[in-house]
Write a protein of this length. Structure first.
Length: 267
């Protein structure tokens, strides 16, 4: 303390103290300027985020946003990124848009919710439809087919020979016919196991994701024929188109086209 008083009591001491204070102030200012420049550079640093490519309507599942390419990645300065901005498209899985999101708008977690995202309707888009197919244990592989499996659908009918005008011949005898009506359909829901196991349930149902036209075909076949569900391989399944099957083709080796013509078809 006495040293400081003696130092300030002289003109040279005062000048020295003033110079030291100036140097300290300059150092503090330079340090502040450096931190400010770092802050500015950090706020301008580009960040990759997801933005909407087109209108994403309220209720659109996040899975559809991803699978239909309704978003795109873009870079924007860090200080322009909204709170909760989505940077990873995997965050859209299992979520549902709770508001309309317009083209160019940033995707944020607040625009989506996990509530209700697992509803069957949220797994459909465009011309896709969900239809429940009533089947029995044997015809529907109940207890063996699981959600996410791919299946083929065969339909069996009793048919009469057609007249030239396309009407059934009333004098003809009913003949059994089996045909593949649907290939590679996705199973999106299966029946819950009942007490005592599936074998005790006389009837059950599978829910399939199909096109709108396939839904109509499947509904008709279910009401007027017998449906068979055939499980496809989990991977590397080959596309096949089995021919029509009749008693003649199965037992006597008659060509399918011949059997079709015998029923009044064009083959």
């Amino acid at each position: 303390m006495q040293f400081a008083q003696r130092l300030l009591s002289t003109r040279g001491g005062t000048v020295a103290v003033s110079a030291a204070a100036a140097v300290l102030a300059a150092a503090v200012f330079i340090a502040y300027l450096h931190r400010y420049r770092e802050s500015v550079n950090s706020s301008n640093e580009p960040v990759t985020i997801l933005v909407s490519k087109g209108l994403i309507e309220k209720g659109t599942p996040g899975n559809i946003v991803g699978s239909q390419g309704l978003y795109q990645s873009t870079t924007t300065p860090k200080d322009e990124v909204l709170d909760g901005a989505i940077t990873d498209p995997d965050l859209l899985r299992g979520r549902l848009a709770i508001e309309d999101i317009y083209p160019g708008q940033q995707l944020t977690v607040s625009q989506f919710t996990a509530s209700g995202a697992d509803a069957i309707g949220n797994r459909l888009t465009a011309d896709q439809r969900a239809i429940s197919v009533p089947i029995d244990v044997a015809h529907g592989l109940v207890g063996k087919v699981q959600t996410g499996d791919r299946v083929d659908v065969f339909a069996g009918f009793n048919v009469k020979r057609l007249n030239v005008d396309g009407t059934p011949d009333p004098e003809a005898t009913d003949r059994p016919v089996l045909k593949l009506i649907m290939e590679d359909a996705l199973v999106i829901d299966v029946p819950e196991q009942q007490a005592g196991g599936f074998a005790r349930a006389e009837k059950s149902e599978l829910t399939l994701r199909v096109s709108d036209e396939q839904a109509a075909d499947l509904a008709f076949a279910s009401d007027n024929g017998k449906i068979w569900i055939v499980l496809r391989p989990k991977a590397n399944a080959k596309a096949t188109t089995p021919d029509i099957v009749t008693l003649e083709t199965l037992l006597f080796g008659v060509r399918p086209v011949t059997a079709v013509k015998s029923l009044g078809g064009r083959g």
